[in-house]
Ligand binder design. Structure first.
Ligand code: NAD
Ligand code: TDX
Length: 345
């Protein structure tokens, strides 16, 4: 059995490939990844040469690169799993072009390829952000309207509509998963949790947007990856499945919990100007995935954070490599009010 995975050198892709190969001894995977700032080939270097994993550097927006990846996967992969994306909301607010190109055009190029090679399944990894923002109460279910608020979220919603059209018009057997906020190993430190852990370990201030009352629904990355696998194997083509995590928490309380677990002072938290258009709250009703796929998230926030902190502390070289000079330039542009306090290491 051969699968084509895109974006497998990023955070969720790395975790997904490890999980899928462990779950299926007869599976081999081709990983097509452009290696943007968010991709790191070394994440899965130990699998290269195993005979079950091949890495191909390439761009999902370029049909020739996608065709090459499909050839490497034997010409007719049993599944194409699209994990590649420009995934950071803040970067999409500063400059939306790459986000729209990869997330929208790239998805269409992959759908066209799936049709041509008659892949048996296409799985689009999407996000809760396509639903927009909630107030203090309520949850999103799969029939909630798409109401994205950031350029990133809008590009992911657009990709979902292209997937829907490919199912309806061309009969592509595609399934969509909508995960909530992920955390865990291999996440680049532009995102809140790895930024907090790596800044705290370096004794540097942690930026908290606005009043810190925004709420996210956190899912441990391995729970999310099990959900993607379950949807691929047991989901119905044409359907979307919410994959929400176990915990909802305000950002300021989350940072307090992380610092407590790390034995660091909460005085490291520094309010910074709010994100423009900042969604207040996300919360997913995952009843469909629980009943149809037999999936449930298993790792609660306290355990997941402890495991995540332990991973970052065991892998300082990985973090140092992620926090390179390009990251420093990004950080200075994103957090000008913090820059004078300390530069990221
Ligand atoms: P990430 O930014 O860590 O990784 C993205 C990967 O895609 C990188 O390896 C990058 O090199 C690759 N990539 C980018 N553009 C590419 C292109 N044009 N061609 C080929 N490869 C390209 O992202 P992530 O956090 O792992 O997210 C993965 C997917 O999961 C995304 O589709 C995202 O929308 C979705 N998602 C993420 C979260 C989350 O909390 N991180 C939650 C729900 C859904
Ligand atoms: O420095 C920060 N300070 C801060 O207060 C950063 C980077 C974020 N925040 C806030 C903004 C959000 O309310 O923390 C929350 C989480 O922010 P991010 O880690 O940037 O995630 P979010 O914007 O919620 O989006 C994430 O979840 C859905 C992923 O990045 C997306 O790819 C996914 O689709």
């Amino acid at each position: 059995m051969q699968w084509l995975v895109t974006g497998g050198a990023g955070f969720i892709g790395t975790n997904f490939i490890r999980l899928a190969l462990a779950a299926h001894p007869d599976l081999s995977i081709v990983n097509l990844d452009k290696l943007t700032y968010a991709g790191n080939r070394q994440n899965l270097a130990d699998l290269e040469g195993s005979g079950r994993y091949q890495f191909l550097q390439g761009d999902i927006c370029l049909p020739a690169h996608v065709e090459r990846a499909i050839e490497l996967a034997g010409g007719r992969p049993a599944a194409i799993i699209n994990i590649a994306a420009e995934s950071h909301v803040d970067r999409s607010i500063t400059a939306a072009g790459e986000c729209v190109r990869t997330n929208v055009l790239g998805t269409q190029v992959l759908l066209d390829a799936a049709r041509r090679c008659a892949a048996q399944r296409f799985l689009q990894v999407s996000t809760d952000e396509i639903y927009g923002s909630l107030g203090p109460a309520g949850r999103f279910h799969e029939r909630s309207p798409l109401a994205p608020n950031s350029p990133y979220a809008a590009s992911k919603a657009a990709a979902e509509l292209l997937v829907r059209a490919a199912v309806h018009t061309h009969g592509v057997p595609a399934i969509i998963t909508r995960g909530s906020n992920n955390y865990g190993s291999y996440q680049t430190p532009e995102k809140l949790i790895p930024l907090a852990i790596s800044n705290a370990d370096a004794g540097q201030p942690i930026p908290l947007y606005g009043n810190g009352a925004n709420i996210r629904n956190w899912i441990f990355v391995e729970d999310h990856c099990r959900g993607i696998l379950a949807a691929l194997e047991r989901g119905r083509p044409g359907e979307a499945y919410n994959l929400g995590g176990t915990d909802e928490i305000e950002n300021r309380a989350l940072l307090g919990q992380i610092l407590g677990l790390m034995g660091k002072p909460s005085s490291l938290i520094r309010p910074v100007p709010d994100r423009p258009g900042h969604d207040f709250r996300y919360s997913l009703d995952s009843t469909r995935a629980i009943t149809e796929l037999g999936w449930t998230p298993q790792i609660g926030l306290t355990e997941g954070l402890a495991r995540t902190i332990a991973w970052y502390r065991s892998n300082p070289a990985w973090t140092a490599q992620s926090r390179d000079s390009k990251f420093a330039a990004y950080y200075q542009g994103q957090y000008p009010t913090l820059h004078h306090e300390a530069a990221p290491r």
